[in-house]
Ligand binder design. Structure first.
Ligand SMILES: [Zn+2]
Length: 301
């Protein structure tokens, strides 16, 4: 069934869901229009006020207001199955039915898979290492637990070092077809001492020497979007410090569990590590890649 704008307004008032803004046509914009598992996705709903409660597949969307609409940044898990994924507007109360605003096309994964010939040996960590890992984990949890605030940036993200990608996001190691480990960031080549620059404006939420990630800086860019910089030789920022895009935040190193100097660049959104390449490709100012016109707004079957 096709739902017209008039019937949407009526429906909205009946269900007491957020109403359409006066004079605006509701439209869903998705960027990218088709995404891979592990990608960052931007969902923009124009013509709704205040921001509705909505989901992409199973994941709730956390909207912030933009002029004329609402926007959410959300990640696809690396396990996400290919196929259409619905953006649903949640109707509050038990009388309500969800509205399907549109669908995101999920493409098959394109991760590099390397089958290990022998199972990775379990090396028993020392009690001191176990304690440090636990303390690191608590420090990360604390860093991620930031209040949800609108974005602190306006420009698109930039790569922290202009160098070659030596290992992309998602590289998968398997043994007997079973996942052993996966790479949740992008490795960028570098020499010890090369400057690492903030990918965008934000606030420093971690400056810490960790067991596995070595000297680590985490930036919060608002909207529960974080960038991570691992294995630094030197950290040049303080916790709580505001940084601007392009500002030097540290130097390339090989601290933590690594074999050679490089920058491991990570991106976390709403609790999920996503492909930094999808963050770097995202156009925050430009019109969305896929616009779902109001006529395609459908009720769930
Ligand atoms: Zn890495």
């Amino acid at each position: 069934m096709i739902v017209t704008r008039a019937s949407l307004v009526l429906l909205a008032s009946l269900l007491s869901v957020p109403a359409l803004a006066e004079g605006a046509a509701p439209a869903l914009e998705l960027q990218p229009g088709a995404a891979h598992p592990g990608d960052l996705v931007m969902v923009t709903v124009r013509g709704w006020a205040p921001c509705p409660s909505a989901t992409l597949g199973e994941r709730p969307l956390r909207f912030y207001e933009i002029p004329g609409g609402c926007r959410a940044l959300v990640g696809l898990t690396v396990e996400q199955q290919a196929g259409p994924l619905e953006v649903r507007l949640r109707a509050p109360g038990d009388a309500g039915e969800d509205l399907v605003l549109g669908t995101l096309e999920v493409l098959p994964p394109n991760f590099n898979v390397r089958e290990l010939r022998v199972a990775r040996k379990f090396i028993k960590p020392s009690p001191a290492q176990v304690r440090q890992r636990r303390a690191d984990q608590r420090a990360f949890e604390k860093a991620w637990a930031q209040p949800f605030i609108p974005p602190l940036f306006t420009a698109d993200f930039v790569v922290p070092i202009d160098s070659e990608v030596t290992a992309p996001f998602g590289d998968l190691r398997t043994f007997n077809g079973k996942k052993q480990s996966q790479h949740y960031g992008m490795d960028l080549d570098g020499r010890i001492g090369d400057p690492i620059r903030a990918a965008n404006d934000g606030v420093v939420v971690m400056v810490r020497k960790n067991f596995a990630s070595g000297n680590t800086v985490l930036l919060h860019h608002g909207a529960h979007l974080f960038t991570a910089y691992f294995h630094m030789s030197k950290m040049l920022v303080k916790p709580g410090q505001k940084v601007k895009q392009g500002e030097r935040i540290g130097l390339v190193g090989k601290t933590g569990r690594v074999t050679g100097p490089h920058l491991h660049f990570g991106c976390k959104v709403d609790g999920l590590w996503v492909d930094p390449a999808s963050l770097l490709a995202m156009k925050f100012g430009a019109p969305a890649m896929l616009v779902v016109e109001p006529a395609s707004v459908q009720r769930p079957k």
